[in-house]
Design a binder for this molecule. Structure first.
Ligand code: GTP
Ligand code: MG
Length: 264
């Protein structure tokens, strides 16, 4: 009888890892499960499977982890394992822009086998210890939160962010099980628009004030003011929920002031 109630409390979950080859999926999992880091690259061949037990509040979770190979060669193997995944670690290497730009392709690949809205996705910007990152926090956050996914900065080498991402993942899966597997978070809740994201990134990365405002070097005072007003409407901190809006708004005001001064 005691055994039966114990079994009832045990929740079985399936987690998959996705992301380009060499971005650090296996190392993140190893760091969490075995508390160690291997610096030599040992590519995953097809799938690695592991199981671990964890406790969240009064629940015991039997966690089945399917660690996928990121190499395109293993496409067919991966396709057999997307089905019924409840959570996914979607990993990119913060020092490799291509791995960041591939995130949409990973969602597309999963989407052909499994409804993406049924999977709780945790984005890991990995290798943040390396000191030569090319995708900054803001870009990662904008992409992730724009899709309603949680965003973490991780390092399998130092352990940064690893416990946190798994802890959050398990807690969300328990919450999910308490509502009969239905996501409590609405499926599409970006809270901000693509226009806002594009504007924030342009204001941050634009090489000069003209580029930041999106106007030509020959722009008149009127053109500058028009561009300013358009951006101010979408970026006003009272309106925009997107991370980085406040800084972008300040940059916008400064850029406009500087450009108008030039045109005096
Ligand atoms: P595939 O299995 O081929 O898809 O690759 P993967 O995504 O599983 O990558 P893996 O975990 O094997 O790591 C690839 C390489 O990156 C290895 O040499 C790791 O030691 C290194 N690496 C992984 N994570 C980190 C990290 O956080 N920091 C640093 N400095 N190196 C890392
Ligand atoms: Mg691997």
């Amino acid at each position: 009888m005691a055994d039966k109630s114990k079994r009832k409390k045990c929740l079985r979950v399936k987690i998959i890892s996705m992301g380009n080859a060499e971005c650090g999926k296996s190392c993140i999992i190893k760091r969490y499960c075995e508390r160690r880091f291997v610096s030599k690259y040992l590519p995953t061949v097809g799938i690695d499977y592991g199981v671990t037990k964890v406790h969240v509040k009064d629940k015991e979770l039997k966690v089945n982890i399917f660690d996928m190979a990121g190499h395109p060669y293993f496409f067919e193997v991966r396709n057999e394992f997307y089905k019924d995944a409840q959570a996914a670690l979607l990993v990119y290497d913060a020092c490799d822009r291509k791995s960041f730009e591939s995130l949409d392709l990973w969602l597309q690949e999963m989407g052909k086998q499994q409804l993406v809205d049924d999977v709780v996705v945790f984005v890991c910007a990995n290798k943040v210890d390396m000191g030569k990152r090319v995708v900054d926090r803001l870009e990662g956050q904008l992409w992730s939160q724009g899709k309603g996914f949680s965003y973490y900065e991780t390092s399998a080498a130092t352990g940064e962010g690893i416990t946190e991402v798994f802890q959050d993942l398990f807690e969300q899966l328990v919450k999910l099980s308490e509502c009969d597997g239905k996501r409590t978070i609405p499926t599409v809740t970006p809270g901000f628009t693509k226009d806002q994201v594009d504007a924030i990134l342009r204001l941050k990365n634009g090489r000069d004030n003209y580029e930041k405002l999106g106007v030509h070097y020959t722009a008149s005072r009127d053109d500058i003011n028009k561009a300013y007003r358009k951006l101010a409407v979408i970026l006003h901190p009272d309106k925009s929920m997107a991370p980085g809006s406040e800084d972008a708004f300040k940059t916008l005001v400064n850029a406009r002031t500087a450009l108008l001064r030039n045109k005096e």
